[in-house]
Structure formats: structure tokens, C-alpha cells
Write a protein of this length. Sequence first.
Lengths: 231, 83
Amino acid sequence: MEISPDNIIIWQWGFIVLNATILYTWLVMAILVLGSWWVTRHLSVEPQMSPWQNGLEIIVNTINTQIRGAAQQDPSKFLPLVGTLFLFIALANILTIFPVYESPAGSLSTTAALALWVFVAVPWFGIRNSGLKGYLKHFIQPSPFMLPFQIISEISRTISLAVRLFGNVMSTSLLVAILLSIVPLFFPAVMRIFGVLVGVIQAYVFAILTLVYIASGMQAQKQTQQHQENG
Amino acid sequence: MVSIFTAGLCIGLGAIGPAIGEGLALANAMRALAQQPDKTNTITRTLFVGMALIESTAIYCFVVSMILIFANPFWNHFQQGGA
């Protein structure tokens, strides 16, 4: 039994190892890129549009609405990062309904990479919004004694993002593997469907938490400015 | 043997806290939904995010117990000590 798709080695040449995580990450990326390229090839503004374009517009519109609801800001600057994270994780988990496929989100390497992007994105958006000095100021906001706690919270939430996604996806695939050896016929299929549901919810949670962290990095600064202006 | 026992203890004790917390969160969200049905979207979204945050503690326990069972960091040490 494999705890992570990192250990499933498909092809090896010298020290270059192609494991299941990398292969299925490429598969998900290819589906997303080729799919969106194929759908956006003939865009039309008339009501007689292709159903694929309609579906894509529904997805983008829904993500936009969710971002606007959660961040209370213009969603266009968050959409590239948050939407991509959601689509990638959701598709990576939905594809588990096919046999052989293992979700790349069930490997700690993938989720750590995604969480590191969030770790970089929070200061990036914060600095772009309020400048380097303004962003760094929110670390010592209530008092300079809070500095270690702010730094610890930055690091710990990155780890918690990674471990949460990894734990949820890995637990489902492990559960299915264990159930297959106990009740092989019907129950693992039900758990697989349940795993897809959990995967989509976790994709949503990952995207929303990313958004909340970025927005809080920007909003803390805004409150400070208002406070200074008032006082 | 000890690691299996510890893994069971870890996930068992670690499930208690998040279970209570999620129950409280869900009960309060239900109450809020009954009082303000207009705010269903906001409440549900916040509930999902909060649930995921609470549940992550249980997931940590699960990951630790999985590490204890499948990838014990002291495995080589024990085998060398035994042999």
C-alpha cells in the first residue's frame, strides 16, 4: 500500500525520476490548458454561443461572485491566483473517479508547493497594495511584542494549508485502499464518490482561505491608515 | 507495537476536540440561519471555512497517526537496536 503517489515510479532514467505525482500533475495541467484554449478559440458575444463557452462563463462568473462576496473588493486582481488554485485542486480531485489515477493533491509535495505560492502571494499583494513599509508595519501593529507571533502565524498557516489538503485527500484514497481489501464490491465506490465531494470542498476551502489571507494582509493596512487619519 | 497503540490513541483523543467544536459551530450556524434566512450565503460560506479550520486539527492528528504507522522516523533506529 502506498501512502503517497510520490512512491509510484512510472519511468526512471538515471537520477531523473518520473513519479505518479508529476505525471498526473502534468495531466491535470494539460486538461486545463488545452480545454480552455479549445473553448476560447471561437468566442462569440451573440446568444448563439457554444455550450462549452457557456459553461466556462458560468464557472468564471461563479468564482468572481464568490471572491466578491468573501473579499468585498473588485475580484479581477484575485481571479488569476485564486481561480487557478481552485480549478487545479478541484479537477485534480474530480479525476479520481477514473481508475489508476491518483490525485496529485494526495502528495505532500504538491500541496506544499501550492501553499508556498500562497506564502509568497500574501506579501506580494500586500506590498503592491500599500508599499513595502506599509506592509511591514502591520507586523508590529498592536505593539512590537506581537512580531514573533505574527511571523509564527505566517509560517504556521502555510503549513496548515498544505497539511490540511494533503490529509483530506490522502485519507480518502487510503480509506478506499483499505476498504478494497475488506469489502471489495460496493462500498469503496461510495467512498470514492464521497472523496470527490470532500476534494471539491477542500478546493473551495483552499481558494477561500488564500483569498482571506491575502485580503487580511491588505485590509490590516487599510485599517491602520484610517486609524492614523482619524487619530 | 507501541507506535500502533500510540497512533490509535492519537486519532481517538484528537477526534474529540474537533467533534465538539464542529458541533458547536454547526448548532450556532443553524440558529443563525433560522433567525436570518436572508444571510444564507454568507453564513454557509463562513461555516464551510470555519469547519475546515476546525477540522484541520483532526487532520493533523490523522497525519501524525499515519506517520506513526507507515513512516515512523525512528524505524531504522529500532531495527538496528533490535538486531
